[in-house]
Design a protein around this ligand. Structure first.
Ligand code: ZN
Ligand code: ZN
Length: 268
């Protein structure tokens, strides 16, 4: 599989001319042969849209970890939603009593968005259940509970040859035993895992405990227990400069750790 990062920042997208890390919010593509899956639809998905315009018309499968704005903000202007012959199929869990389509697409409607995505966009949604594997093309996807507000899924993805775990927007520190067991179950031995590293250790300790995010140091500690060949860190808060993010590499104790950046592509 090939992992491509289109957005590695959290909270809100900002323009960062000259930045080595970029300023887009989360979007990662997992490719196996001629099939691919997209994880989250932050502003980074706009870069993916440019690539898709060169492919024959098709439906784009998107796993949505949760509905916080930084993970869905790119959907409104994502070309396949509005292009004849194209479309978007979202996979996510339900969060309240409303129809799932309304939960996911409802924000993209007047007066927040000029056009109703539900009524006029080429969109559909498929419900995921925690810890129930689902086949999507050649991929098998299993969502499991993350420690993050408003019902968030982490994902285990395999194409039968290699495997990848996605744990953005999850607080690795202070997890209860049930959550730690899930992390161990779905992360142990995978070829690559992406961990949340939203904050510096200093900011986390000072004021960010319980916000549902993690640090590079916490990710390295978990990775020691889960034995992964590659650990990618992402979801960096926009306040951090390139130099500040570079400084977090002091916690790396081997060359299997990587700081994500917009455009990073790694084969696993
Ligand atoms: Zn987020
Ligand atoms: Zn979130």
């Amino acid at each position: 599989m090939i992992i491509t990062v289109y957005g590695c920042r959290g909270s809100v997208a900002i323009s960062r001319p000259g930045s080595r890390y970029g300023g887009n919010t989360p979007c990662i593509k997992v490719t196996s042969g001629d099939e691919y899956l997209v994880i989250d639809a932050g502003s980074g998905i706009m870069s993916l849209a440019g690539e898709l315009s060169h492919l024959p018309p098709h439906t784009v499968n998107i796993l949505l970890s949760h509905l916080h704005l930084d993970h869905i903000s790119g959907l409104g202007t994502f070309a396949p939603v509005w292009t004849k012959g194209m479309g978007v199929r979202v996979f996510t869990q339900t969060r309240d009593e409303r129809p799932l389509e309304e939960q996911v697409f409802g924000i993209f409607a007047p007066p927040v968005w000029p056009v109703s995505m539900q009524e006029q966009g080429n969109v559909e949604v498929v419900r995921l259940e925690e810890e129930v594997p689902r086949k999507i093309g050649k991929f098998t996807v299993t969502g499991f509970r993350a420690d993050h507000p408003d019902k968030t899924l982490s994902f285990h993805i395999t194409d039968g040859t290699s495997s990848f775990a996605h744990l953005l927007d999850s607080e690795l520190n202070g997890m209860d035993k049930q959550s730690m067991d899930l992390v161990a179950k779905y992360c142990r031995g995978v070829d690559a895992v992406v961990f949340d590293a939203a904050y510096s250790c200093e900011d986390y300790e000072a004021s960010r405990r319980g916000w549902g995010h993690s640090t590079v140091k916490q990710g390295v500690e978990i990775a020691r227990q889960t034995d992964n060949k590659l650990v990618i860190f992402a979801h960096f808060d926009q306040k951090y400069s390139d130099d500040e993010l570079d400084s977090w590499k002091k916690y790396f104790d081997s060359d299997k750790y990587v700081m994500a950046y917009d455009g990073l592509e790694i084969e696993i």
